[in-house]
Design a protein around this ligand. Structure first.
Ligand code: GRF
Length: 194
């Protein structure tokens, strides 16, 4: 798919189911177009992208993490992104990646940051016993889930929630929020303004 001159070019990073990717694909309009989907493993997210006719690439992590980061940079670069979205991408992005894409890479996290950072945001919120958690879209920086917050939406925790039921309700909110954020994103030199 080609983007129009004015629409934002988006490369999406995925590792799993890709339901957020699907929402991003369905949300495409004149404001943004997905130019490429990159994954670290062959996953249903890649299948969803291919079904939508989007260019895909799997960059598997080998023994050398810094070499993997360089291959990841090249894979993302070839989609010529204005913005990179980490949508369920389960690897930390390294120095090379940030040197190239910091300021235009955003992540969606299934908790209200700065609470419950890391790979188990839903499980950790449930274990802590919070009554409200939610979804955060934020810029990616060198820390883990520490970059500037762009948007947040709360989700109530129910008494009988399991990690799976709570995560699914959070994902419903995440899907809407990431599309809203992308539609509001504007190019600003080599980075973006949101
Ligand atoms: C989302 O909750 C995202 O925040 C988290 O992984 C989940 C991805 O879901 N990091 P899916 O693969 O898009 O369904």
């Amino acid at each position: 798919m080609t983007s129009t001159n004015s629409s934002l070019r988006v490369v999406v990073l995925v590792s799993g189911t890709g339901s957020l990717l699907q929402a991003i694909l369905e949300g495409q309009d004149s404001s943004y177009q997905v130019t490429k989907v990159v994954a670290d493993v062959d996953c249903p997210g890649i299948d969803k992208a291919q079904a939508a006719g989007i260019d895909t690439e799997v960059v598997a992590l080998g023994e050398d993490r810094s070499e993997w980061n360089k291959r990841l940079v090249d894979a993302v670069d070839s989609g010529q992104p204005d913005v990179v979205v980490s949508a369920g991408f389960m690897k930390i992005l390294g120095e090379d990646f940030l040197a190239r894409f910091e300021g235009r890479t955003i992540n969606t996290h299934p908790a209200l940051l700065p609470s419950f950072k890391g790979a188990h945001g839903v499980r950790d919120a449930l274990a802590y016993g919070v009554k409200v958690t939610g979804s955060t879209v934020h810029f990616v920086d060198a820390g883990v889930d520490t970059g500037r917050i762009i948007a947040q939406q709360p989700v109530a925790v129910l008494d009988d929630d399991t990690e799976a039921t709570l995560h699914e309700r959070i994902k419903v909110v995440e899907r809407e929020l990431i599309v809203q954020v992308l539609r509001a994103t504007k190019r600003s030199g080599t980075t973006v303004e949101i």
